[in-house]
Write a protein that binds this ligand. Sequence first.
Ligand SMILES: [Fe+2]
Length: 410
Amino acid sequence: MLHGIKTTDASPALLSRQETLIDQRKNLHQQTQLLSKMPAVQSTAVVRPLTHKSPRDFGAVITGLDLENLSEADFALLYDTLYRYSVVVVKSKKDLSAEAQYQVTRRFDPESQTYGHGTTLDAKRSILHPDLKTVPRQPQVQIIGHGFIPSYEGLVNFQLRHPHHKTFHRDRIPEEDDRKYTRFYRWHIDAALYDLNPPRVTTLLAVSVPKGRRQIVRYDDGTGDELEVPLGTTAFVSGYEMYNRLSPEDREFVRTSRIEYAPHPYIWMSGGRSLPTGLGLYSEDRELPESELPPIESEKIKILPMLWKNPVTGQFALQIHPSAIRRIHRADGSTIDDLKTVRDIVYRLQRPAISPAYVYPHDWEEGDFVLFNNQGVLHTVVGAFADNEVRLFRQCNLSASTPPVGPDVD
Ligand SMILES: [Fe+2]
């Protein structure tokens, strides 16, 4: 029983809402416990906020952390920095162990232990399938990158492929311009968005990075926007800034509405084609019908708040995965079902915050260990490598033990 409503009499949607509220309280309780364990001893590591454009509290560099043996004081600093700056670059080493990467990632959510996409990557039709290889002895850690790798983490003679926009975008940059110009591939949150909860934190380790070239991201949406970036950058935008930039009316809309994701979204969208900004899909009826998807269990469909609460600052981030959205649930109980309308609404809300001034394109150096608040930023891979440009990274995130915490709308 919750808020005076007998669960036995409630509709499935209401039951799901009640379970979400219970889970959210568990989440707050966990986060409070994590904070209460923070030690009095000070870390000697150094935090330096990044000095790129805006917002000012977006991105920080930490030096002096030993990620293989992270003390309580160092983790406290890392935790606090992550939630205050959203993206944290730890200057580490390229041979950091996969075990250490997993343990650091898990420390943000000790009850979690499953990779963020679970086993859904086994589905051959998922658009994520070709992009990831798993570290055999630490299956929550994935190997990503580009080019031929003779030997790494117990795997030999394998090929990695950096996602190229031509495989996902409707309109391609012409071949002759492909080295100079590029696109944001796909703005996203790392999340299965079906059954599993979105991970709290993602970690990325740069093992091998081709250097020297830069490229220009073209938005090609009629604005003339462009952004010069390092080759193979990972680009981030702040969900907090995305929310802060909204009008009072739009803030109220996102505070009180929830977003429903398609079941098996990465298979569902496999025929879809991206807008040139990488911020969602064209509506061309190319999504797979439910009859062509794996069996759907309705209780596993995700209906999430649009705003997710930061456990340290209390701020809200507008967090929507634009390619996977299916419908909007409004405060009055009605739904917006037309897919194009849903996409147009979300695009209008999100587009201002991916303008060049608000994007942080990280310039990778080997040994960089980047952690980002996956419940407070959107990110995308960028760029196109030549065949002889080898990039080797490791990625880890864990399906969260609880759903993201939304605003109190009751
Ligand atoms: Fe990602």
